[in-house]
Design a protein around this ligand. Structure first.
Ligand code: WT7
Length: 606
């Protein structure tokens, strides 16, 4: 595959640029294909090699606001400082409801509203280090609450609104959450497990009806009414926790990844360099803040730069997405390969039925970005898609396609200035270019995970060889220093960019009365990257029917999450297990992919 020599950019002001409603798709397509050869505009980072050689993270601290004595608060940097730097009346959030109604909140609005709910949280007894969870769809209160939690020095726990009772319970129990902020639509999922949560003191319901609420439950509106619009941000040590986000590993329940206020240094620099955000940008991150991308690059990062953020509550649909870009004149877009594949499937006509003239920079994350999607995007949007690699644990983008660098389609790019990444063998020895191995990073970047919530052992596994952070991914580096993703080194499933642990799905499956054993794997899928496939053993006398399998899928979806249910279920008489009784997912995968089964000497004898 040929290199795209220059990060091409369509000159959208060109008279021949396609107009909205242009019906002659092929003519327009040709027009856009010509336009992409125009040179790149000035980017926030212009010379990668030079920055890579000279940059260090202490330089970045100069762009962050600190209190006396080196104290800080990430929320102060994201919101409060814009009250004094001329951005007070600038739109911070374009919140687009599921009904497509747009609500605009300025930095002043976010400041005041987060202060009010922050004061209310304090009155409820929230103290530094307490866990306060946010279980909301993408509505303004999700943003004001998350900022408020950080302001009072508590730890924000983002929860994806599609989570079911099992997913909620695992996270709320493990973290000993004190408060959860939700809405009337999502609350029943919480009510279903409420008696299992002894540490949960209060429930706050956005848009709730007071008459419907029980003891220790409040409406958000009654709490903020009469609260002061002023609140001093808690002055935190940079190493104090900011947010706690659960993510899946290969074994056991989801683990709580702890991030700290100092992360904002990394959020800021990556939003500047990788997202290339500037003051006049209207930026849309399609990820939900229930995932790390939505928390870091949907809230803290872009706001640290003072950019206007778009939040869309509605579901994916090509025409709605493009209309949103046109309506709000979105300039910078951060999305996921699965979404782009779905847009590609949606066809070119729907693209050309929209202007998309405002777009100037596209970035993606979460799974491998296929070269054909990149090429298609280049053709129809007139812009290359800049892939980025990072993880919940890394807390910020680490391997990236910067606007100033050429793109090799299919590659994740190069390490950000300030980051040293390498490919090593099992012993931590660096491998030469072209050799596949473990993707590792030199510890010490600002947003690196600081702790796995009450699980020291798990935390240590990431740093099992001194001097390296082990990502759990396999990759290869080429002669020119570009990194290429190979796959996960463990059983973690990546479906449509969502990280799913097989153990969680297996646990939900065996809660169903008909299922006695379950083994879950990721199965390659053209659109979603992987889909979840379950192998199950049914209970004695249970008859396998299509209806039953459908019911088991629905059950898992309801209990766990809409993205985490098995799209395929295969019934087996028995499942292969190790002598210690662990289901051998590796073997299930080999069966599924018709691969050699390798060493099965650990299989149980029967
Ligand atoms: C895993 C992390 C933080 C971003 C959202 C996902 C996979 C991430 C890429 C990429 C290929 C990627 C890796 C990684 N991944 N970015 N550009 N190309 N794979 O965060 O849920 O913590 O998942 O997503 O396997 O380990 P996450």
């Amino acid at each position: 595959m040929k290199l795209v020599d220059k990060p091409a950019k369509a000159h959208k002001k060109d008279a021949s640029a396609p107009q909205s409603g242009d019906k002659d798709a092929s003519k327009v397509a040709q027009g856009r294909a010509e336009l992409i050869k125009k040179p790149a505009p000035r980017a926030n980072i212009e010379n990668y090699e030079q920055e890579y050689a000279t940059f260090n993270w202490d330089d970045a601290k100069k762009e962050i606001s600190y209190f006396a004595g080196g104290k800080m608060n990430a929320a102060y940097n994201a919101v409060d400082r814009h009250i004094h730097d001329g951005r007070r009346n600038k739109v911070a959030l374009y919140s687009v409801g599921a009904n497509n109604k747009i609500e605009k909140l300025t930095f002043q609005d976010i400041y005041e509203q987060s202060n009010k709910i922050g004061n209310a949280l304090k009155k409820l007894g929230v103290e530094r280090g307490d866990r306060v969870f946010v279980f909301l769809p993408r509505v303004p209160e999700l943003y004001t609450s998350t900022i408020a939690i950080a302001k009072v020095g508590a730890i924000a726990g983002p929860l994806f609104s599609a989570f079911g009772p099992d997913a909620l319970r695992d996270r709320l129990i493990d973290s000993e959450a004190k408060i959860i902020i939700t809405n009337p639509q999502l609350k029943p999922k919480l009510d279903a497990i409420r008696n299992q949560l002894p540490d949960l003191e209060y429930v706050i319901v956005v848009g709730g009806d007071k008459a419907q609420l029980g003891e220790r439950e409040f409406t958000y509106e009654e709490l903020v009414a009469g609260e002061s619009e002023k609140l001093q941000c808690a002055q935190m040590d940079p190493e104090d926790p900011l947010y706690l986000l659960y993510t899946s590993g290969t074994t056991g329940k989801p683990k709580g990844v702890v991030h700290v206020h100092n992360d904002i240094v990394g959020h800021h620099m990556t939003s500047k360099w990788v997202l290339d955000l500037r003051d006049d940008d209207i930026y849309w991150c399609t990820a939900d803040p229930g995932w790390v991308t939505g928390t870091v690059y949907g809230i803290f990062g872009p706001w640290s730069l003072g950019a206007s953020v778009v939040s869309y509550e509605g579901r994916f649909d090509a025409a709605s997405w493009y209309s949103l870009i046109d309506r709000l004149k979105v300039t910078v877009w951060y999305t996921a390969p699965t979404a782009l594949r779905m847009l590609m499937k949606g066809g070119d006509d729907v693209v050309y039925a929209h202007s998309l003239e405002s777009l100037r920079h596209i970035t993606s994350v979460g799974e491998p970005l296929n070269p054909e999607v990149l090429r298609w995007g280049h053709k129809v949007y007139g812009l290359p898609i800049h892939d980025t690699w990072w993880q919940t644990e890394t807390g910020m983008q680490l391997i990236v396609n910067l606007p100033c660098n050429p793109i090799k389609p299919g590659s994740m790019g190069k390490p950000l200035p300030g980051i040293y990444a390498a490919i090593v063998d099992e012993d931590g020895e660096e491998l030469p270019p072209g050799r596949e191995g473990k993707l590792v990073v030199r510890p010490g970047w600002p947003a690196m995970l600081r702790e796995v919530w009450r699980n020291e052992e798990k935390y240590k596994e990431y740093f099992k060889i001194p001097g390296w952070y082990f990502s759990g991914d396999n990759a290869v580096k080429d002669e020119e220093g570009f990194f290429w993703f190979i796959g996960r080194a463990d059983d973690v499933i990546n479906t449509a960019g969502h990280r799913v642990g097989p153990f969680e799905v297996e646990s939900a499956l065996i809660e169903h009365p008909a299922v006695v054993e379950a083994g879950v794997i990721g199965k390659p899928d053209a659109e979603r990257g992987e889909i979840i496939k379950a192998f199950i053993v049914l209970g004695n006398g249970v008859v396998q029917t299509d209806e039953l399998l459908e019911e088991i899928k629905e059950f898992t979806k309801r209990q766990l999450a809409a993205h985490a249910y098995p799209r395929e279920i295969e019934v087996k008489e028995t499942l292969p297990k190790t002598r210690s009784g662990k289901i051998m997912r590796r073997l299930l995968k080999a069966w599924e992919l018709k691969l050699p089964t390798g060493d099965t000497s650990a299989l149980e004898d029967d």
